[in-house]
Design a protein around this ligand. Structure first.
Ligand code: HEC
Ligand code: HEC
Length: 278
């Protein structure tokens, strides 16, 4: 074989290998995206976790305790309406803790009654579930704390406890919290383009949303700058798994970081430092 012939054969081999690798990569990517875009069902649980089924609200008895659970659910699903003395943001718990707090990868409430009290990094101490709820009240809801002994707090705790009932004690529910993505350097300008194309239709050009269907992402009715959602990494993790709401699982991790950085740079109400112990 002449030298040129040999080089040609090598080139063809390299090209063929390259194409095969690209194809395999695309296939893997495609498959993994399909898995993610099944967004609305529970993902397959890894070993060590137990299958878990959401109870039905219809199964709650019509007694006094049942009424507390139902009130908790109402507050969770429509916070600005049912906890109007305390929530200032036009965002409900379930807008972030989606599907009434059972959606994995959207910081579900399932099993939390067996996990709390637990160490809290922000507070630097062990906190109760009630205190964790207060954190979201004063940050994510941009509001004021609930009366710790009041009916609303008891109702929210009863609701979360009820959601947690079928969860075996001390077993982890998959997708707890906002499961972090790999750390990437975000490009907020690209994020702005993404926002206009993929988010503004529901959350509005000014970020104010169309409440109560589509919650705000910034502006006076949004969560405040002390909220978890105001951290780029947390929002990226939320958006990657859950948004756009009609097509979850279609953004890449980089795109999720980019759009989160853009939203982060928009104005948010200021966190009231009087509540910084929460
Ligand atoms: C088809 C409409 C739709 C689109 C498009 C959409 N969202 Fe959402 N978004 C929603 C709805 C509805 C909720 C509340 C979820 C719920 O209640 O189940 C939500 C909730 C959110 C939340 C948490 C609540 C809040 O107010 O902070 C964030 C953050 C968010 N979306 C970001 C985005 C980003 C970023 C995009 C673009 C990549 C996007 N969304 C695209 C409908 C949409
Ligand atoms: C704007 C979005 C948003 C709203 C609204 C919101 N939260 Fe949260 N919540 C978060 C984020 C972000 C976290 C932290 C998740 C993480 O760190 O992985 C969180 C965490 C929590 C936790 C602890 C979860 C865990 O696994 O430890 C509880 C409990 C909670 N929220 C309750 C509530 C309740 C009750 C409401 C309504 C009164 C509410 N949240 C409203 C975003 C929100």
């Amino acid at each position: 074989m002449s030298q040129t012939r040999l080089n040609q054969t090598r080139l063809i081999l390299v090209l063929a290998f390259g194409i095969a690798a690209l194809y395999a990569g695309a296939l893997w990517f495609g498959l993994s995206r399909t898995r993610l875009s099944t967004g609305w069902s529970l993902p397959v649980e890894p070993p060590g976790t137990m299958p878990w089924h959401a109870p039905s609200i219809e199964s709650v008895p019509a007694d006094e305790h049942g009424e507390l659970v139902r009130q908790g659910r109402r507050i969770f699903m429509a916070t600005p309406e049912f906890a109007s003395d305390h929530a200032r943001a036009l965002i409900s718990c379930s807008n972030c803790h989606m599907q009434g707090g059972i959606r994995p990868y959207a910081s579900p409430m399932v099993g939390l009654t067996t996990i709390f009290p637990t160490w809290n990094k922000r507070a630097g101490r062990v906190i109760s579930l009630a205190e964790r709820i207060q954190e979201c009240m004063v940050r994510s809801e941009n509001g004021t704390p609930l009366d710790p002994q009041g009916r609303e707090m008891h109702a929210l705790l009863a609701y979360i406890d009820w959601l947690s009932t079928p969860q075996p004690t001390h077993r982890k529910f998959v997708g707890r919290g906002l499961v972090p993505l790999p750390v990437l350097t975000p490009d907020p300008q690209h994020g702005q383009q993404l926002y206009v194309a993929q988010c503004a239709g529901c959350h509005g050009a000014t970020g104010a949303g169309y409440t109560p269907q589509f919650p705000p992402l910034w502006g006076p009715d949004a969560y405040n700058d002390g909220a978890g959602m105001n951290k780029i990494a947390k929002m990226a993790a939320f958006v990657y798994h859950n948004m756009p709401q009609n097509r979850p699982g279609t953004l890449s991790p980089q795109e999720a970081w980019d759009v989160a950085a853009f939203v982060h740079n928009q104005p948010h109400p200021a966190f009231n430092p009087a509540y910084k112990h929460y």
